[in-house]
Design a protein around this ligand. Structure first.
Ligand SMILES: [Zn+2]
Length: 143
């Protein structure tokens, strides 16, 4: 029996039937942040509260990662198993931008401003079989 473990504590609700990214929002000026911050990066206020972020946003910018990223971002890939993947920033309602991997790596299927959903999926598998869960951005289903 393998476990599904979040890639980091506090980044998203887990385990959950309907996981969501966790951010923080300043109660003084309204600016949201991801990952959650202890104080507001806009006004330095301490009056911030955690909140679940929306699960759909728009692609703000993206690129295709053509080379294996350096540690600690590696996901157990080797030069032989590595495949290029998309990475980008998703702008969520409320103005917070979140960097993450894309499920799509075909440049023809990606464009700035397209709607994308935040999805949660295994990122890598540990030697003991545990799956490490991370978040990805997936083009929103059309229609
Ligand atoms: Zn603030």
């Amino acid at each position: 029996m393998s476990n599904q473990l979040p890639i980091a504590d506090g980044l998203f609700t887990w385990p959950s039937e309907n996981p969501a990214l966790l951010g923080s929002r300043c109660q003084d000026c309204g600016v949201a942040a991801f990952p959650p911050a202890e104080s507001c990066m806009a006004c330095s206020g301490q009056n911030v509260t955690p909140e679940e972020l929306p699960r759909r946003g728009t692609l703000w910018t993206w690129t295709i990662q053509q080379f294996m990223p350096k540690s600690p971002y590696h996901s157990g890939e080797t030069p032989e198993s590595f495949r290029p993947y998309g990475v980008g920033y998703l702008e969520l309602p409320g103005g917070v931008r979140v960097e993450g991997r894309l499920t799509e790596s075909d440049p023809d299927k990606l464009q700035i401003g397209m709607e994308m959903d935040v999805v949660f999926a295994p990122w890598r598998t540990e030697e003991n079989g545990d799956e490490i869960i991370s978040f990805f951005f997936q083009p929103a289903a059309v229609g």
